[in-house]
Ligand binder design. Structure first.
Ligand code: ZN
Length: 154
């Protein structure tokens, strides 16, 4: 790479960045900028940089803060990626537990029906609605647990 250096480049940069280019500066500097390749590049590029600076109302955070945020984000991403299989395992375990509970309920259902037959509220319509009521009750009890297990905690 061939770098061209010029001793008057800073003058051209100052003139362009302050908005004095080309009318506000002396003729000798303009003539130099036309003849010098380094200053010609500055004149070509610096107005675009000046426009960017005018519209840029951005405060760039310190490098240490950027690094710290990136490290925290990388650690959180890694933690989430590592916890993903555990969340699936917990969901499968919850589904298995619900299935086992339903299987156990269906096994003892005849005994429960026999007990309820002699209960004071054991009329026929209540006994018909009892499986649905039990399913709704299990769902109401299991929903917060399923939510707790399914939603990842940071
Ligand atoms: Zn020059």
């Amino acid at each position: 790479m061939n770098t061209i250096e010029c001793t008057r480049e800073h003058e051209v940069v100052a003139a362009v960045m302050s908005g004095r280019w080309p009318e506000g500066c002396d003729v000798e500097l303009r003539d130099h900028a036309e003849a010098c390749p380094a200053c010609r590049d500055v004149v070509a590029i610096a107005p675009a940089l000046r426009e960017d600076l005018r519209y840029a109302d951005v405060q760039v955070p310190a490098a240490g803060q950027v690094w710290w945020r990136a490290a925290i984000r990388a650690r959180a991403d890694a933690s989430r990626a590592a916890a993903r299989p555990m969340i699936w395992l917990q969901a499968l375990t919850g589904a298995g537990a619900a299935g086992a509970a339903l299987a156990g309920l269906s096994m003892i259902w005849p005994k429960v029906q026999g007990v309820l037959r002699f209960a004071p509220f054991g009329d026929a319509s209540f006994q018909e609605a009892l499986p649905l009521l039990l399913a709704v009750g299990i769902g109401i009890a299991a929903a917060p647990i399923a939510y707790f297990l399914a939603v990842p905690r940071d």
